[in-house]
Design a protein around this ligand. Sequence first.
Ligand SMILES: *Cc1c(COP(=O)(O)O)cnc(C)c1O
Length: 227
Amino acid sequence: MIKIRDKLQIIGTEIEQTSAEFNRTKNSVQLLAVSKRHPIAAIQEAYQAGQRAFGENYVQELVEKAEALSTLNIEWHFIGPLQSNKTKQIATTASWVHTIDRYKIAQRLNDQRPENFPPLSICIQVNISGEVSKSGVMPDELTELVHKIAKLPNLSLRGLMAIPAPMSNFAKQRETFAKMSELKNQLNKQGFKLDTLSMGMSGDMKAAIAEGATIARIGTAIFGARD
Ligand SMILES: *Cc1c(COP(=O)(O)O)cnc(C)c1O
């Protein structure tokens, strides 16, 4: 079995090579290790190999892992659906939330962020594939939400996130991610300072990097299949 350390190394190299291939600035793509439904020991192993940013999808699981690993210098990213009755746990634990698609959730996170904490970094999730079942704000509703969230002082609006419908065709994957890049550029032309595109998973990381991803969220390729 390949060790987590070796898989991190392999993905790191893949990110570097893909970045070079598509003329991305060196080190402009951060690897977020998605540890959901993997044990604490797996996170410790990745940490020992130098990984610091970890992503979790379930509030309870994130809180338990953060508590168990509180002596480590981990940056926790929440990347799952967030209900309003769970915002406080995230506001007091996470450094990032990638999945904001409603003002109410942002407002609660803002109000519940402890005073001595740095602003919570936020990405707005965009429903870029236009499926009814997926979460995320529709592209034509994005600007209004961005304007409102940008005013919340305890949040730092960093950028956009998407989970596109799975596609195996590289060119089609790129087309979808290119739309995300375009949305970010349009917002920055309006004066916002978004520096983040959270996009790309184990199956479509290369296409995401080609189109400007700054955070690749990788689970399976690091930790193996989930139960
Ligand atoms: C599970 C998950 C990932 C990681 O997916 P893999 O295919 O295992 O790399 C990334 N982003 C989100 C939002 C996820 O839920």
